[in-house]
Design a protein around this ligand. Structure first.
Ligand SMILES: O=C(O)CCC(=O)C(=O)O
Ligand SMILES: [Fe+2]
Length: 344
């Protein structure tokens, strides 16, 4: 489709989005610059990139002034002791334990009214629904109807996140992760890049620059944060659709997709790219990096050792179960065979 045709076909939803956003703004009485910012930056092209590649990067969202105010709120919450340590969940023998990440502090606005009062601009952002409205209009498969915000302060000193998905389709209705970065003086040596793993495409690093918004598919985009050597601030808005709707789009059964013969390369590739299988294939493809990221993100402890042991066990099982497909995994990563990927 040519660019002009594409733009024309989106004009109606764009106008509808603007009307709806105006209506919501009237209702919520939020900081108007926030609403206007989303109306301006969530373009059909941004939505299309998110739908087709699983992520999108947008710069210049709020402008430096608002970005600095947002940063001051995040830093203020950290300094006032309103944040808690972020933990990785380790599920083992039917029990969940929490393993603290080093240097990562967070606050959830929806749960804590004290925090809300200390961060009025972040609260206004969380109350505003324009982002969800714009994305739902341009990506009709999404009906985003709730959101939650989390503020994060990384002290530096190597603080990072291991490879993970933000959610699981069986678990909740989270669909889109929106992260806003608030680091005005960020430079390469500070680290802390967001690394996305859009398997079978190669991983890519995104600098956590001030006033940058990164959107990605919460359940299907594996990602991590590289070790940060300088303090790093951001906040995340998770956009969800109600569970009833979320469950409607369940993928077809795996048994129906498994090819009769692994020699049928196209069918094998489709099977490997089925979201439920692809999750495991990616873990296998990045097994070493995955293990290293678990080590880097948590201090040395018995629970970190348990987490790593569990990771290696899982990778072994995946390698054995998918043994006959390993040549096709390689072909996928080399781009020698393609299979459709539905991100959202
Ligand atoms: O800080 C970031 O860039 C991403 C953090 C993240 O992946 C998360 O909070 O789930
Ligand atoms: Fe995440």
């Amino acid at each position: 489709m040519s660019a002009s045709l594409f733009a024309a076909s989106w004009q109606r939803p764009r106008a509808a989005a603007r009307l709806l956003a105006q209506h919501l703004r009237g209702l919520a009485n939020v900081a108007p610059d926030v609403t206007t910012a989303f109306e301006r930056v969530i373009t059909p092209e941004v939505a299309e990139h998110l739908g087709e590649k699983g992520y999108a990067v947008v710069d210049g969202v709020f402008g430096a002034d608002v970005a600095r105010r947002l940063r001051a709120e995040v830093v203020g919450l950290y300094r006032a002791g309103h944040m808690h340590k972020n933990c990785t969940h380790l599920v083992k023998d039917n029990a969940t334990s929490l393993v603290e990440k080093s240097h990562i502090h967070e606050a959830e606005l929806t749960l804590d009214s004290g925090v809300q009062a200390a961060a009025p601009l972040c609260s206004a952002l969380n109350a505003d629904r324009t982002l969800a409205t714009m994305l739902s209009l341009f990506l009709p498969q999404l009906t985003l109807d709730s959101q939650a915000i989390k503020l994060q302060y990384n002290e530096g000193g190597g603080g990072c996140f291991p490879i993970h998905y933000d959610s699981d389709e069986q678990l909740d209705g989270r669909r889109v992760t929106a992260i806003f970065y608030l680091n005005p003086d960020w430079k390469e040596a500070d680290g802390g890049q967001l690394r996305l793993y859009p398997f079978p495409a190669a991983p890519l690093d995104i600098a956590p620059r001030e006033d940058r918004l990164v959107l990605f598919a919460s359940t299907r985009m594996a990602h991590r944060v590289l070790p940060a050597t300088a303090p790093r601030c951001c906040f995340t808005i998770w956009l969800s659709q109600s569970r009833r709707r979320a469950f409607v789009r369940q993928a077809p059964s795996l048994a129906a997709l498994e090819p009769a013969s692994p020699d049928d390369v196209a069918a094998a590739a489709r099977f490997l790219m089925h979201p439920a299988v692809r999750q495991h294939v990616s873990k296998l493809a990045y097994a070493e990096e995955w293990a290293r990221s678990l080590e880097e993100s948590h201090g040395d402890s018995g629970s970190r050792a348990a987490m790593l042991e569990q990771h290696h066990k899982e990778v072994d099982i995946i390698r054995r179960s998918l043994a006959k497909y390993l040549p096709v995994v390689e072909q996928l990563t080399k781009g020698q065979v393609a299979a459709p990927m539905q991100w959202l």
